[in-house]
Design a protein around this ligand. Structure first.
Ligand SMILES: Cc1cc2nc3c(=O)[nH]c(=O)nc-3n(C[C@H](O)[C@H](O)[C@H](O)COP(=O)(O)OP(=O)(O)OC[C@H]3O[C@@H](n4cnc5c(N)ncnc54)[C@H](O)[C@@H]3O)c2cc1C
Length: 371
């Protein structure tokens, strides 16, 4: 039986795929999205929830700043704020070398319109008395914040569905063929779907899709890890990271503190990641160093998610260099949640006009052409 024809087929219903479906459908483009599990149940639904531009590579700063504008508009776009809380994000320094790094970063970031406030030991302690005594300073991005990852990708999926996108869960893409200029996508039980465009938003599995079209990339599957405490009285008025990484903290609207950091075990065949006790113990020690009040908190749950990491920790985003109509959006290397809304918009721009409205040129898969 001949299948349906759509303008765009999307492989993967994480935040990248769901946001792409939303922005395409809102421009009147016909879309079919295939997700092998549930929308936003992969990395996009189990991440730490950091919505921050601070600390990002300058190559993705234009995309990140555009994403930040869209985060403010979530209620208008998808009908929920996703618990987005613009709490500000503090990056902590434990040494003069860390402070030097933060100062240099602040100068670079300002060129992209990102304003960072540097604080010395006295100021940071006076304003955030819950921080540990070893903190010697910090950089504050007042514009950053955090959100509930469980809510965001599914909200974009639902909104895309309301706009007419065909959103299929439990539909693993098992084959993608070329027929002239068209892609023929086989997923689940139904007849194959034909499309003019194909969006590779398959997360840690994106490299396999790219390889099929002659664009192999050295993506490494990893398992970033997170934990959550029992609800505590509100005390952490900022999201927190530290120079060099290793731990991230935020307190939810319900009082639980989410603690992110470390990499655990990943099983790509099963499509699962699981947290390792020794990793969690090391991350907890860093969490208590940053916020000593956590020393007596009960950790209720730990988990890990399957994520695709690139050697330069930047995603592959933009048109394929081998296959007209193929657009890559994968390999977000532990920081694709914040970017999601703008990734979807960039993909829709490429389909509609041939070029995104923000500069993503340094994220092209072409940088691995000779890898
Ligand atoms: C613990 C943790 C903490 C993190 N913290 C942050 C943070 O604080 N801030 C931040 O910005 N980012 C963070 N990240 C990273 C962020 O979650 C990811 O970069 C982002 O979610 C990637 O989105 P995605 O849509 O590309 O991938 P995914 O969410 O992995 O979605 C890809 C989807 O493709 C589907 N798929 C794959 N192959 C097929 C197929 N053949 N057929 C159909 N479907 C397929 C998968 O099932 C999956 O659902 C964190 C990640 C983790 C795991």
């Amino acid at each position: 039986m001949p299948g349906r024809t759509v303008d765009v087929a999307i492989v993967g219903g994480g935040i990248a795929g769901c946001c792409a479906a939303f922005h395409l459908a809102s421009r009147g483009v016909s879309v079919a999205l295939f997700e092998k599990g549930a929308f936003g149940a992969g990395a996009s639904g189990v991440n730490f929830g950091g919505v921050r531009s601070q600390g990002r590579h300058m190559a993705e700063m234009p995309l990140s700043r555009r994403a930040r504008e869209l985060w403010d508009r979530l209620p208008e776009l998808v009908g929920t704020d996703g618990e987005f809380t613009p709490s500000g994000h503090l990056k902590l320094a434990y040494s003069p070398a860390d402070m030097d790094f933060l100062e240099r970063y602040a100068v670079e970031a300002r060129e992209h319109g990102l304003v960072l406030e540097l604080m010395g030991a006295n100021a940071v302690r006076e304003r955030h008395p819950w921080l540990g005594p070893e903190v010697v300073g910090a950089s504050l991005c007042a514009d950053d914040g955090h959100a509930n990852p469980r809510l965001v990708a599914p909200s974009f999926a639902q909104a895309a569905g309301r706009l007419g996108a065909e959103m299929r869960e439990q539909s693993a893409v098992t084959a993608i063929a070329r027929d002239g200029d068209a892609f023929v996508v086989t997923a689940g039980e139904g007849a194959p779907v034909r499309s003019r465009w194909l969006v590779n938003a398959a997360g840690a599995w994106g490299a396999a899709v790219a390889a099929q079209f002659g664009e192999p990339v050295p993506l490494e599957p990893i398992a970033p890890t997170a934990m959550v405490t029992e609800p505590l009285p509100a005390f952490m008025d900022r999201a927190v990271g530290i120079c060099g990484g290793g731990v991230a903290l935020r307190q939810t609207r319900q009082g639980s503190v989410v603690i992110g950091g470390g990499e655990s075990a990943v099983d790509m065949e099963a499509g699962r990641a699981r947290p390792l006790a020794e990793i969690c113990a090391a991350v907890l020690a860093r969490a208590v160093r940053a916020a000593p009040r956590l020393a007596n908190a009960q950790v209720l749950r730990a988990w890990a998610g399957v994520e695709g990491d690139m050697p330069d920790h930047l995603p592959c985003l933009g048109p394929s260099l081998t296959t007209p109509g193929l657009v890559h959006a994968f390999g977000f290397s532990q920081h694709g949640f914040q970017l999601g809304p703008a990734v979807g918009e960039a993909v829709a721009d490429i389909v509609r006009t041939g070029a995104p409205s923000v500069d993503i040129s340094r994220l092209s898969i072409g940088r691995f052409a000779n890898a």
